[in-house]
Design a protein around this ligand. Structure first.
Ligand SMILES: *[C@@H]1O[C@H](CO)[C@@H](O)[C@H](O)[C@H]1NC(C)=O
Length: 410
């Protein structure tokens, strides 16, 4: 019996401190594969309409595809999940010199000057690893936990660019959860119930998950905490060294680690990528797995029979881990095979770690970019108040179920 209860108690200990808090809870949909996104539903406007927004802790600006009264919707998806957000002219009246617009300009690097012809608009442009969005800042009402309302600012994205081979998008836009002053969590802090800017997400390996934004008390036990490196543009717990099967990588290179829920896969500098690939190949040389080239991903393997899930193949791979060094010491972030592999619909398994040097933006940054695949079944906390990052292993598919039976103001 005790053994049966222990995982549940573990979860309750994790969740109880979340109890009478005043955070906003967003159930998440999506998965690493085949969807490639984890997304929250935001109810925007009056009457409120739902929009799916990709949960992105790697960028500051929230925006959605938008039918602009002057510019229309260029490069918008022909079949978005929902009809385009259509603001009234009044929603777009954010004066260029206003504190809000100034804050957004600070948060989003490389925004061009405001147009003199149009000082009553706050224009933005934001560049991603894949694609770009351009538009004007809008303000509108969102409904919070189905009860309260809050006016927030976000981008009305009237012009999008993305690579021609992009699959149809399951989302209407992006929920920017970066540390910026105009970021989504920073804006919610103005809401009457929410006094703190703390973000937590639990992305389940079975798909779905949960996002908390607000002043929930992070779990008190089991969490590994590292100070947030403030010098950086992204959430980073420090410098990381990669270990494979407990052995450090040749030359012990270290790179800044970054948590980015908006990236589906994990990206590492070429030096680390090549070493991981050669170690994995070495481990598999005696196995029955046959290396094949994936269509979207460079490295996949086929078994004698198609794999049903990562569980069927994970024992053939070794664990990775990151040794993270920061001002208060060192921490480990374990990356078991299920956090760096996934199984496709055809039953092949692929490496979900990519070579960052093949991407022009990431190449310059030289980060170990920890994407959603590696954060699955971890409860990750971005505490912008105490300026620290935390993580603890959790059964992210059971969080919602258990939460409904515990006292909570969520
Ligand atoms: C987010 O905003 C902060 C504060 O303005 C800025 O320092 C940081 O560079 C921005 N991050 C990104 C990814 O643009």
């Amino acid at each position: 019996m005790a053994a049966m209860w222990s995982p549940i108690i573990g979860l309750l200990l994790l969740l109880l401190p979340l109890g009478p808090s005043s955070a906003i809870k967003f159930p998440l949909e999506g998965n690493v594969y085949p969807v490639g996104h984890f997304y929250a539903t935001l109810n925007i406007g009056e009457p409120a309409k739902p929009y799916f927004l990709d949960v992105d802790t790697g960028s500051n600006l929230t925006w959605l595809e938008c039918h602009h009264p002057v510019h229309g919707c260029k490069g918008c998806h022909p079949r978005p999940p929902h009809p385009y957000y259509t603001p009234a002219d009044g929603n777009l009246k954010v004066v260029c010199g206003s504190p809000l617009c100034v804050a957004v300009r600070r948060d989003v690097p490389g925004i061009p000057e405001c147009s003199r012809n149009d000082p009553h608009r706050c224009h933005y442009e934001i560049q991603y690893v894949t694609g770009k969005s351009e538009g004007d800042l809008a303000t509108d009402i969102i409904s919070v936990n189905g009860r309260d309302k809050k006016r927030i600012a976000f981008g009305c994205g009237y012009k999008q660019e993305e690579p021609a081979d992009s699959p149809p998008s399951p989302v209407d836009g992006i929920l920017g959860l970066g540390m910026g002053k105009a970021g989504f969590a920073a804006q919610l802090k103005g809401h009457k119930m929410i006094k703190e800017n703390v973000i937590g997400h639990c992305l389940s390996s079975k798909g779905k998950g949960v996002l908390y934004v607000g002043d929930f008390n992070p779990p008190t036990r089991g969490v590994t905490w590292a100070p947030m490196r403030e010098s950086l543009f992204y959430y980073s717990p420090g410098l990381a060294e990669v270990f494979i099967d407990k052995q450090p990588i040749r030359g012990n290179p270290t790179f800044e680690a970054v948590f980015d829920s908006g990236s589906t896969y994990t990206h590492v500098p070429a030096q680390i990528y090549n070493e991981i690939v050669s170690k994995v190949r070495g481990t598999l040389s005696e196995s029955s797995l046959e290396e094949v080239k994936g269509r979207a991903l460079p490295l996949c393997w086929k078994g004698k029979k198609p794999f049903g899930s990562v569980n069927d193949v994970k024992n053939q791979f070794k664990a990775l881990s990151l040794k993270i060094t920061h001002a208060r010491g060192t921490n480990n972030l374990d990356i078991p095979p299920q956090n760096y592999l996934f199984v496709k619909e055809d039953g092949e398994t692929c490496l979900a770690i990519l070579d960052a040097s093949l991407d022009p933006v990431l190449k310059e940054l030289n980060f170990i970019l920890i994407g959603a695949v590696t954060m699955q079944d971890l409860f990750v906390i971005y505490d912008n108040e105490k300026k620290q990052l935390g993580w603890v292993r959790a059964q992210c598919d059971r969080v919602q179920e258990l939460e409904s039976v515990i006292d909570s103001r969520l």
